[in-house]
Design a protein around this ligand. Structure first.
Ligand SMILES: Nc1ncnc2c1ncn2[C@@H]1O[C@H](COP(=O)(O)OP(=O)(O)O)[C@@H](O)[C@H]1O
Ligand SMILES: [Mg+2]
Length: 613
């Protein structure tokens, strides 16, 4: 039987997890397991008394363990051999002992669940709050499935594995100490013999745990990749069918699935080897002890009784269970830590959006781009090159140019979805970086090509960010020419929209987005091909609504429709990230430059040829 004190086991784990294994955080100095646990402390030590309860109950449970073999000694020596034990004492002792153990176990289990779930909830809340405030670069680095995996799944699995393992470590450690103490008291020479197998045992655990840790990190990555393929196939489900790409996608999924399967099997091979190897060590120790005990018992002067021998063997056999669990404890601790650290990495590596202090109730709406450049790719062409542009409050400016000219990029700078590589953008004379983001974005209403709706009621989507005022929602829906359709819906404006409002047609979704912009009533309106999904009929109706919407607001329109462009105060013509021409539409047409070339080439859809999506 291997005799490993609590210290030995803890030491083993600490040693193997410290330096050589890759840490998930890109820290220069790999943190020790203690430091790593300390980072989680704010989440899991919320209620100290619950921890105290869990620990107290665990300790009590552990202390009852040696009492079981201790009961055998008087029973055998006094009860059977000398018949001196009163009969009633047997059930009282046995039932009393197990009631106490049961109670301690119950309390410890419940307190543990409290600690785990409270901590998990707090961590999850923080992670989600971080997600909605994170700098937008996060979403370029991590896929949706990887992020949802971290926030929803990893945190849960990590927390329960880690806390269960830590409590287990405490319980089994205490039990082991109590039992070893009892064994020493019974026969210290014999107990020391048992310790001789400890080095072999700790070596086995060290090697296997390191392998498990690496396999866990790899499995995490493989799970992410698998989830990513599912995510993509959900998003592109129509395209996959249209192009008959199913077999291709199945192949892709299966290859990743098989990798995950191989990793899981390797993991099992490593952790399953732990038990038999431990047991062989136990057998070696047991045979040593039995031999020595038999030799000792031949020497009558040693004072060994049958009772004490049985108590010794029983206590020794009782060591197997906690030792086996302790041998496996590194596995859930490493897995749990690795999982939770993914959450922590999200927390620490994802910076929040930077912002300034400036805030106003309602901006005037004067916009200025000063020598603004945007470069996505260090080697490629800039998406915007040295743009200088000022827009007066209340002015309507149309941006035109071929696809890829940089119109969307120019507009995305305003809500700071993008930051300029060079130069600055100002609103009311204040650089955007000095604005408080909430206040800045409050000044902007935006309708773009791809409409995104949340899976909530129609009214909530229109009033996004505030509680819906039904009368106002109705007004906006009427103005966006969607009210007639909403009235045919079973629950009217309270109808749930479903996943990204898929039951609505492209044109209806676009009009809903226009209603949302109307509801926001912001001083600056941005329309990025907002009417591209509309058919002629609704376009004419929406055009009217848009015209009303633009009044008294600074408006930037990226449009393909001549009718929209002709209403603008000024047209900006863009090519390859530069402004090549600007002026009043009629004047530009006369001038015969880039605008008139685009115009005559029929670059834009006019009313007669517009097609509904
Ligand atoms: N997130 C991005 N990463 C890299 N390149 C981008 C990104 N967004 C836009 N671009 C590039 O910037 C250029 C301008 O794009 P965009 O502003 O969307 O054009 P437009 O709206 O005028 O059609 C294009 O060449 C496009 O490929
Ligand atoms: Mg665009």
């Amino acid at each position: 039987m291997p005799f490993v004190g609590k210290q030995t086991v803890v030491l083993t784990i600490t040693v193997h997890m410290q330096p050589s294994t890759p840490t998930p955080l890109p820290a220069t100095e790999p943190p020790s397991i203690r430091q790593r646990l300390l980072r989680l402390k704010p989440y899991f030590v919320l209620q100290k008394w619950v921890w105290a309860l869990a620990m107290g109950a665990t300790l009590l449970g552990a202390l009852t363990e040696p009492l079981i073999p201790a009961l055998f000694q008087p029973l055998l020596d006094n009860g059977f051999a000398e018949n001196k034990l009163p009969l009633w004492s047997v059930p009282v002792a046995v039932i009393g002992l197990f009631t106490l153990r049961g109670l301690a176990h119950y309390v410890a289990q419940y307190a543990l669940a409290r600690v785990t779930n409270d901590g998990m909830e707090k961590l999850r809340q923080d992670l989600f709050a971080k997600l909605v405030r994170a700098d937008l670069s996060l979403f370029g680095r991590q896929s949706a499935s990887a992020l949802s995996n971290t926030v929803v799944y990893e945190v849960q699995v990590g927390a329960s594995q880690l806390i269960t393992a830590l409590i287990g470590l405490t319980r089994d450690g205490f039990t082991l100490l109590a039992l070893v103490g009892y064994l020493m008291w019974l026969n210290w020479q014999l107990t020391l013999v048992v310790f001789t197998v400890a080095p072999g045992l700790s070596w086995i655990m060290k090697v296997l745990s390191r392998r498990l840790y690496n396999l866990t990190k790899e499995s995490q990555k493989a799970t992410d990749n698998l989830a990513y393929v599912v995510e993509e196939n959900v998003l592109a489900h129509r395209m996959v069918r249209l192009h008959g790409a199913q077999a291709q996608q199945i192949g892709r999924f299966n290859a990743l699935g098989q990798k995950l399967r191989r990793l899981a099997l390797k993991s099992t091979a490593a952790s399953a080897a732990m038990t038999p190897l431990t047991q062989i060590m136990a057998a070696i120790a047991l045979s040593l002890v039995l031999t020595i005990a038999l030799v000792q018992s031949r020497d009558a002067a040693s004072g060994a009784t049958v009772g004490s021998f049985v108590a010794f063997i029983t206590a020794m056999l009782m060591l197997i269970a906690p030792i086996k669990r302790l041998a496996d404890v590194a596995n859930p601790i490493t897995r749990g830590l690795a999982a939770l650290e993914r959450g922590l990495a999200l927390m620490h590596d994802a910076p929040e959006e930077s912002q300034g202090e400036h805030q106003v109730q309602r901006a005037q709406g004067a916009l200025a781009w000063q020598n603004v450049s945007v470069q996505f790719n260090p080697d490629g062409e800039p998406a915007l090159a040295h743009i200088d542009l000022t827009v007066q409050p209340g002015e309507t400016v149309a941006l035109v140019g071929t696809s890829g000219a940089g119109k969307t990029t120019l507009i995305q700078l305003l809500p700071r979805f993008l930051n300029p590589t060079d130069g600055q953008v100002l609103l009311d004379g204040v650089p955007l970086a000095q604005w408080q983001l909430g206040s800045l974005r409050q000044q902007l209403a935006m309708v773009s090509q791809d409409v995104v709706m949340l899976n909530d009621s129609l009214a909530t989507n229109v009033s996004l960010g505030s509680a819906p005022d039904h009368a106002k929602v109705q007004q906006c829906l009427e103005a966006a020419n969607l009210w007639a359709h909403v009235q045919t819906l079973p629950q009217g404006m309270d109808t749930p929209l479903g996943h990204n409002a898929n039951q609505l047609s492209g044109g209806q979704r676009q009009r809903l987005a226009i209603a949302r912009a109307l509801y926001k009533d912001a001083p600056i309106l941005i329309l990025d091909e907002a009417t591209s999904a509309l058919d002629n009929e609704s376009e004419r109706l929406v055009q009217d609504a848009l015209q009303k919407l633009m009044q008294g607001r600074t408006t930037l329109i990226v449009a393909h429709r001549l009718s929209t462009i002709e209403h603008a105060d000024r047209v900006i013509v863009m090519e390859h990230g530069r402004i090549v021409e600007q002026g009043a539409p009629a004047e530009l047409l006369k001038r015969g430059g880039a605008y008139s070339r685009l115009h005559h080439r029929g670059e834009w859809v006019n009313e007669a040829s517009a097609e509904a999506r």
